[in-house]
Design a protein around this ligand. Structure first.
Ligand code: PPS
Length: 276
């Protein structure tokens, strides 16, 4: 991890979670912002317009992110006036502050197939000045496979959280590809998990509001106002597709990646779709 995620480590680990907090956990680029925005609308969509125009990273604080001048995730989360508080993290399961388990908090984990996650991450590292430079694509694939990128191994992250789901019932494990396939269905599942029910009209409205095209036009969620990101290099909401990896991998890179993938991912129940 870079120092932005470790500088405030003790305070992150000592964060005072509450039983009604909802943690949104992902490996980077899995659709965190999408699901954060959906949950924010589900709980607070009818509240003041101030909230609707405030930035998603303020509404849903990024727990471990710390830049002592502009953004301290723990402090923002501490000060959130809402109930529930929605909190974002990219931590692998073993590094999540224990208090979230002790308080039996609801946790939504979003997973995205490795190839599209990697492509999205590669472009993100080019446009985000707090991320390390990704280098060339070929070496980036290698580093991703080795797990020497921010937040470590994708394989360990998605598998670690998957295993946790077997023993921790307050964990909703969802897939980016399912969201693309049928957003309304996945919103329904999220509602059941967090104990909300929506009218058909509300569901349609939220599904429409969180559509990729609408989110790209919404400055509160497209990260265009955050000075550490240069959306002219690559937009934060870049393509929003399943299968963009085909435009990046050569045949040889794909074969090597698949070979390595089979060795690392051997739980037959944890299946990812790279096309839909
Ligand atoms: S981060 O920085 O880790 O929090 O990024 P994260 O939000 O997890 O992931 C960003 C990718 O999610 C895509 N995204 C969406 N896809 C489809 N529909 C909607 N509404 C949507 N919202 C976000 C976003 O475009 C990034 O993926 P790529 O492939 O780069 O486009």
């Amino acid at each position: 991890m870079t120092h932005y995620f470790t500088d405030n480590w003790e305070n992150v680990q000592n964060f005072q979670a509450r039983p009604d907090d909802i943690l949104i956990a992902t490996y980077p680029k899995a659709g965190t912002t999408w699901v954060s925005y959906i949950l924010d609308l589900l709980f607070f969509g009818q509240t003041s317009t101030d909230r609707q125009t405030s930035m998603i990273y303020d509404r849903v604080p990024f727990l471990e992110f710390t830049d002592s001048v502009v953004y301290v995730g723990v402090d923002l989360a501490d000060k959130l006036p809402t109930s529930p508080r929605l909190i974002k993290t990219h931590l692998p399961v073993q590094l999540v502050p224990k208090v979230f388990w002790e308080k039996n908090c609801k946790i939504v984990y979003v997973a995205r197939n490795a190839k599209d996650s990697m492509v999205s991450y590669y472009h993100f590292e080019q446009m985000n000045i707090v991320q390390p430079e990704p280098g060339d694509w070929n070496s980036y694939i290698r580093r991703f496979m080795e797990g020497t990128v921010g937040y470590g191994s994708w394989y360990d992250h998605v598998t670690g959280w998957w295993k946790k789901k077997q023993t921790y019932s307050n964990l909703h494990y969802m897939f980016y590809e399912d969201m693309i396939e049928d957003t309304a269905r996945e919103i329904d599942k999220l509602c059941s998990f967090v104990g909300l029910s929506l009218s058909a009209e509300e569901e349609n409205r939220i599904t429409e509001t969180v559509h990729f095209d609408n989110m790209t036009r919404n400055d509160a969620v497209n990260y265009s106002k955050l000075p550490i990101m240069n959306v002219n290099i690559s937009p934060f909401l870049r393509k929003g597709k399943v299968g963009d990896w085909r435009n990046h991998f050569t045949v040889a890179q794909n074969e090597e990646f698949d070979e390595d993938y089979k060795k690392k991912m051997n739980d037959p129940a944890l299946l990812f779709r790279t096309t839909i």
